[in-house]
Design a binder for this molecule. Structure first.
Ligand SMILES: NC(=O)c1ccc[n+]([C@@H]2O[C@H](COP(=O)([O-])OP(=O)(O)OC[C@H]3O[C@@H](n4cnc5c(N)ncnc54)[C@H](O)[C@@H]3O)[C@@H](O)[C@H]2O)c1
Ligand SMILES: [Fe+2]
Length: 387
């Protein structure tokens, strides 16, 4: 788990940070793209929160034709992606704008590909299997969480419960707008869960077994500093502008880190909770983080000790003591955030833990990055600890 000295780093070509920037989206996009017929991919919760209407109106006033697809649901299934592509095709759109949390952005990314280069989703699954190019793509996150705006990953639910990952360079978008104002209405519980997801991205990228490198390390550390310093403030007062901006920036930095040094066992064990129980992605990560940190501490103590200095400020003690301080610091943050802390509190039943463990072990794409090997028996013990 030493950082690679020979590596490749990729990210999106352009990222703009601007409070209230969404208000002048038409002007921004018109200056960058020739396209004027937009598909806005979003969800009904954001429409209800009043985020979508002013943006759509602003685009129209700025000369864009706009088709809004607002049927995205959490852990989006393949059928919703197909409907989204169908709507975009009928409207003959020439640019895709993802506006929302990770669920909306993940679908927007794949829709931009499928509208230009039709391919079966099953053939795109896995790493590097997307064949064609895509329509122009702009992403505007409204949660400070997944980092999907800067990753080359889309997660789609296939069949009844399986989370399928598509990882390909075409999924890096052309342009990201980080407008913290859009996150003001994100309720406290979602703020907590999505913020912890982002912190997990930073931590897991930092302890990645194969792809950790000096750039992902720098991004992960700065992400953890910004997110750790603002999570509780953003949960307590959603209108705290500085906290909202730090969370959004931190989540994006963490996204850039894990796009290049992928996540590990926390995510592998979180996915079955989303698939089977529809526990929100961020919350399922929060529930598994404590047990996995303690499990990984055997191999990752020195790295967790480094992260203790980032999260809590410089301190003294042995490596093991600093590692324990980091784990305790993360537990305290999660307690203070108000997020549920045990699987039993979110509807998971004890008799399903063996099934969850069998499912988690299928996420080898992620488990290979974990600093410690995870067997099915380990996974079961981790779910028991989280229960
Ligand atoms: N592509 C990636 O790299 C990546 C990484 C991690 C997770 N994911 C995926 O992302 C999805 C989770 O995304 P998420 O955690 O951002 O949640 P989400 O997109 O599912 O949104 C959660 C809820 O928050 C609401 N919401 C979002 N922003 C809001 C705002 N500003 N104001 C009011 N309400 C708002 C939405 O309406 C929705 O009901 C999962 O499907 C997960 O698998 C993708
Ligand atoms: Fe995540």
């Amino acid at each position: 788990m030493t950082a690679n000295r020979s590596f490749e780093f990729n990210t999106v070509p352009s990222l703009q940070v601007e409070w209230s920037g969404a208000k002048r989206l038409a002007e921004i996009l018109a200056a960058r793209f020739a396209a004027r017929n937009a598909l806005v991919v979003t969800d009904a919760g954001l429409v209800k929160a009043g985020v979508v209407a002013p943006i759509a109106a602003g685009l129209k006033a700025g000369g864009f034709a706009v088709s809004v697809f607002d049927a995205i649901v959490a852990d989006p299934p393949e059928s919703v992606l197909a409907q989204c592509v169908e709507q975009g095709r009928a409207a003959k759109v020439d640019i895709v704008i993802g506006l929302g949390g990770g669920s909306s952005l993940d679908v927007a990314k794949l829709a931009a590909v499928l509208l230009k280069s039709p391919q079966a989703l099953s053939a795109m699954a896995g790493i590097g299997n997307v064949k064609g190019d895509r329509l122009p793509l702009a992403l505007i996150p409204t949660t400070a969480g997944t980092g999907s705006e800067v990753t080359n990953i889309s997660i789609i639910t296939t069949g009844a419960t399986t989370k399928t990952g598509v990882v390909s360079p075409q999924l890096y978008c052309d342009y990201v707008l980080l407008d913290g104002e859009l996150t003001i209405g994100l309720p406290p519980l979602h703020t907590a869960a999505t913020g912890i997801d982002a912190m997990v991205h930073a931590i897991e990228a930092y302890t990645g077994r194969h792809k950790k490198n000096p750039i992902s390390d720098a991004l992960g550390r700065e992400a953890l500093r910004m997110l750790g310093g603002s999570l509780v403030a953003a949960c307590k007062d959603g209108r705290n502008r500085a906290a909202r901006e730090n969370m959004l920036m931190g989540a994006t930095l963490a996204g850039q880190a894990f796009a290049n040094s992928p996540v590990g066992a926390v995510h592998a064990l979180a996915y079955p909770l989303g698939g089977h129980y529809h526990v929100a992605h961020g919350l399922s990560n929060a529930l598994m983080l404590g047990p996995v940190l303690r499990f990984n501490a055997t191999a990752a103590a020195a790295l967790y000790a480094e992260l203790a200095d980032v999260l809590l400020g410089p301190g003294t003690g042995t490596t093991r003591q600093r590692c324990d301080a980091f784990v305790a610091g993360m537990e305290k943050l999660m307690n203070d955030s108000g997020a549920p802390r045990r699987l039993r509190e979110v509807g998971v039943t004890e008799d399903s833990l063996t099934m969850l463990a069998a499912d988690a072990i299928k996420q080898q794409r992620l488990l290979i990055n974990n600093p410690v090997d995870v067997t099915e028996a380990d996974a079961l013990a981790l779910y028991r600890e989280a229960f």
